[in-house]
Design a binder for this molecule. Structure first.
Ligand code: NAG
Ligand code: NAG
Ligand code: NAG
Ligand code: NAG
Length: 460
């Protein structure tokens, strides 16, 4: 409720993001077909084939698509986002299958080349004119996709499009000008690393013997990750340097798994995870709570340090996977499925007598609630369901749906409101608005902030 972000360590290492966010942006990492399924994991399992990312998979390739959604590839399967089930890759990229029958891709990246794109010239068929296209490597062939359709005259030979780059690659990742001096691609094969400059069409080899052999490589929030086995190592894309404690387990940071590595540091993991938050709120005393899966991060009033705990330790009736949490009148309201749990706050959190109650009985709302929050000491609850927001006056009983707004978001994961306005969280990012009403009427997305870095002070 009163989330005082100003007192946090706000790191200004703003991630340079590809593709300016648009109002109905999908560039939030977690926009995937399972979003609705997140509340009902068994609805759409017909393609899952028991392939579970949480078992510790070594990916063949990782990239973002044109909209910024991460795609993870293994064999003939694909995961969209950080928590969807596996699906068949040929459902999205039809031609990959016709051409090779290998049942896997070697490497993939998203071409970033805005300068050349401006002078788009159809006579130039070298691949260097493509911007925001997804590029796949299979054996000695390269496939370039635009909006999930294969470009004309593709696939082509790798050496024709990327001279100096070998076939049978292990990994590839884009590196835009702001991070690599010129718009570039890094290619990995065994322990060889090649830096390819897109405009010059020149490759030179890097001597990065210290880096593990990458089986896939991924750029996310302006950081570069070499994946090997089920682990990853963050590296500098110019020097190849690795700083910090690596490798780390990919399941802790890039997947939503029920169990984590034995030696997982819960606080570091929860601060740095790319998986969306379930919700965030603060109580009247100024404690801030951020929820994800089975854990929550807590920051005490006048304290800059976050610490993770299992939800079971504090709210055992909730156990995990809360949908939304808000604080009102010294009570914490937690909504999970169609139930509302109300806890008194203070030294201990105690479930009030008579709870849980159904959402419709307690709040006069039907259907799944994505996010709910109260601003400061007001009595208006804002309830967000998909792209709609309603007001509910908490002083009236029975409670009834009030004013309805149409939001400039299709889906949000978390939201909170305080003296510095509203914060709306979607995937790995958050946005600030002055008030709920201004949010509802806004036609431009404000500056995109990174949750892990700017909110929790994560350094990777
Ligand atoms: C997609 O791949 C699966 C398994 O690899 C195969 O059984 C199926 O026929 C393919 N579908 C299409 C449309 O090619
Ligand atoms: C992408 O393809 C889909 C379906 O094929 C189409 O509806 C959509 O308009 C395309 N988007 C762009 C930007 O071309
Ligand atoms: C890394 O790749 C090289 C071939 O380029 C190979 O000789 C070496 O065994 C690989 N190392 C590991 C740990 O797989
Ligand atoms: C701040 O919170 C951390 C983590 O809960 C705790 O270890 C530390 O003692 C607190 N600092 C103060 C000054 O209360």
């Amino acid at each position: 409720m009163k989330l005082l972000f100003g007192t946090l360590c706000v790191c200004l290492a703003l991630a340079v993001s590809f593709g300016a966010p648009t109002l109905h942006a999908d560039a939030h990492g977690d926009h995937d077909s399972s979003h609705a399924g997140d509340h009902d994991h068994h609805k759409d399992d017909h393609h899952a084939d028991n392939l579970d990312r949480c078992d510790g998979i070594e990916f063949d390739a990782i990239t973002v698509d044109e909209k910024g959604t991460p795609y993870f590839f293994k064999g003939d399967h694909l995961w969209k986002g950080f928590y969807a089930h596996a699906e068949l890759s040929n459902g999205t990229f039809h031609e990959l299958d016709d051409q090779h029958h290998l049942g896997h891709v070697d490497a993939a990246f998203r071409m970033h080349n805005p300068d050349r794109h401006k002078h788009h010239d159809h006579s130039d068929e070298h691949g260097d004119q493509y911007h925001d296209h997804v590029v796949f490597f299979l054996d000695d062939k390269v496939f370039i996709y635009d909006n999930h359709s294969l470009e004309k005259n593709y696939p082509k030979e790798i050496r024709e499009v990327f001279p100096g780059i070998p076939s049978h690659l292990d990994a590839a990742v884009e590196c835009p000008k702001a991070e690599c001096e010129t718009d570039s691609v890094l290619f990995f094969k065994g322990d060889n690393v090649y830096h390819f400059e897109i405009e010059k069409r020149e490759a030179h080899e890097e001597d990065w013997a210290h880096l593990p052999n990458c089986t896939s490589a991924f750029r996310w929030l302006g950081h570069y990750y070499c994946f090997h086995g089920h682990e990853f190592t963050k590296f500098n894309p110019v020097t190849g340097k690795v700083t910090g404690n690596y490798p780390k387990d990919a399941r802790d940071f890039f997947m939503k798994c029920p169990k984590f590595a034995k030696d997982s540091d819960h606080t570091e993991r929860e601060k740095c995870s790319r998986v969306h938050l379930d919700d965030i709120t603060s109580d009247d005393a100024g404690n801030v709570y951020a929820f994800r899966g089975h854990y929550y991060l807590h920051r005490a009033p006048d304290n800059n340090t976050w610490k993770a705990h299992p939800i079971d330790d504090t709210w055992k009736e909730i156990h995990s996977d809360v949908d939304t949490v808000f604080s009102y009148n010294n009570n914490l309201y937690m909504i999970k499925g169609n139930q509302v749990y109300v806890y008194s706050t203070g030294e201990k959190h105690t479930l009030l007598d008579g709870y849980p109650k159904s959402v419709s009985e307690e709040l006069g709302i039907e259907g799944h609630v994505d996010v709910a929050f109260v601003c400061n000491d007001a009595h208006v609850l804002y309830v967000i369901q998909g792209d709609k927001m309603h007001e509910v006056d908490l002083q009236n009983r029975p409670r009834v749906k009030g004013v309805e707004y149409k939001l400039p978001f299709h889906h949000i994961d978390a939201g909170t409101c305080g003296s510095d306005g509203v914060k709306i969280m979607e995937g790995s990012y958050f946005y600030q608005f002055e008030s709920p009403r201004l949010m509802a009427t806004s036609r431009m997305l404000p500056v995109q902030h990174t949750i892990s870095v700017e909110l929790f002070g994560c350094d990777h």
